[in-house]
Ligand binder design. Structure first.
Ligand SMILES: Nc1nc2c(ncn2[C@@H]2O[C@H](COP(=O)(O)OP(=O)(O)OP(=O)(O)O)[C@@H](O)[C@H]2O)c(=O)[nH]1
Ligand SMILES: [Zn+2]
Length: 352
């Protein structure tokens, strides 16, 4: 198998100790927040950020908030942005520094004075022609593409779109195929396994496989999937008190769970985090360079090396090697079509 086809796995190995991609120049003159409290933003709602503060070793708070945070000694602190942050955005997954009242007591409000450099940023645009890209989750390691094997039927083109978003953000994709009691996963696995995309298969009438926990443990995984694919079922299986936990997060922010479309970061009992993104079903790709799209299609990328110089791989290209490979039966036409549809949606806005 060529190195290109294994690219997602290659990324996997490199992801350890990978340098941050964007480095923001540090201002020389700035206040010293050495004694500020560090925290992770777990959700935001109308300008208020719920931040999780881990207990320092040996300083676990003896009572109260431990249940709320779902882990021994941790507490949740409501915070707002400090004015000194300027235009710096704060999103779920950000590691921040807090000053002010960091007790987490009811009615307390801390201030976020610093946002740590992000290792990764998952962005979305509402539509492919929406020029505004919104960062939605910081520091994610993994994008879990939740797809039902039936009811609703899988949509490979949507999977491909998510793979592009993952590839672009330098976040590893994981294909999570649900409802395996209704249909076999083999057809989809045959498509994505050769690309080096990891996958797990679940069904609600059986316990989660060990592999699911293995893939999620100690990482920050963002779940994305259409309504009805079984995302909530999965979250509740992974985190038996998730319902309560999200409810409590929303209590703090004053908004009920069911009306919230904000991303929420939840601690996994076996280590790591999942970020549930109720409002996000897919990704617009307006911010993705069309030339980078093919990087998420390892099988096509290999073949495209045979293309004439400057080939854009669109349908109108007379000598595109993708067409030749389809004609010779070396490539699945559906894969090429999926890629070209994404390319079409991008090329329309190539001058953005
Ligand atoms: N047969 C079968 N049904 C499942 C499975 N997992 C979930 N379901 C059912 O599929 C429906 C949708 O599941 P949810 O977990 O609510 O799906 P969701 O993705 O969270 O959907 P929204 O809440 O609309 O975002 C429910 O009726 C579940 O009982 C499964 O493994 N097999
Ligand atoms: Zn080509």
């Amino acid at each position: 198998m060529s190195s290109r086809q294994r690219r997602f796995e290659v990324d996997d190995h490199e992801s350890y100790g990978r340098p941050a991609r964007r480095t923001r120049p540090r201002t020389k003159q700035r206040p010293n927040y050495a004694d500020a409290t560090t925290a992770v933003v777990v959700t935001r709602d109308r300008g208020r950020y719920t931040c999780r503060v881990e207990a320092k070793a040996g300083h676990a708070r003896p009572t109260g908030d431990t249940e709320n945070a779902g882990d021994a000694g941790a507490r949740q602190v409501l915070a707002m942005r400090a004015r000194t942050l300027g235009r710096t955005s704060v999103i779920v997954g950000d590691r921040v520094r807090l000053v002010g009242d960091v007790s987490g007591d009811p009615g307390s409000l801390a201030r976020i004075v610093e946002v740590e450099e992000r290792a990764t940023v998952l962005r979305r645009t509402a539509d492919d022609d929406d020029p505004i890209e919104r960062p939605i989750v910081a520091n994610a390691d993994q994008l879990v593409i939740v797809t039902a094997l039936a009811d609703p039927p899988p949509r490979p083109r949507l999977i491909d779109r998510c793979l592009v978003a993952a590839y672009d953000a330098d976040v590893e994709p994981l294909l999570c195929l649900t409802k395996a009691d209704l249909a076999s996963p083999e057809e989809l696995l045959d498509i994505y396994r050769p690309l080096g995309v990891h996958s797990v298969v679940t069904r609600h009438d059986e316990e989660l496989g060990e592999l699911v926990r293995e893939r999620l443990a100690d990482r920050v995984s963002v779940l994305v999937g259409h309504s009805g694919v079984g995302k909530s079922t999965l979250v509740n299986t992974l985190i038996p008190d998730a319902h309560r936990a999200t409810g409590e997060v929303s209590d703090v922010t004053g908004r009920g769970r069911h009306t919230s479309t904000q991303a929420v970061m939840l601690r996994l009992p076996f280590g790591g985090w999942i970020v549930d993104t109720p409002g996000i079903r897919s990704f617009g790709l307006a911010h993705v360079d069309p030339h980078r799209l093919i990087g998420a299609f390892g099988d096509l990328d290999d073949v495209a090396e045979e293309c004439p110089r400057g080939c854009t791989h669109q349908r109108t290209e007379p000598e595109c090697a993708l067409d030749e490979a389809v004609a010779e039966g070396r490539l699945d036409p559906a894969r090429v079509e999926s890629y070209r549809r994404l390319l079409d949606s991008r090329e329309l806005h190539a001058g953005d």
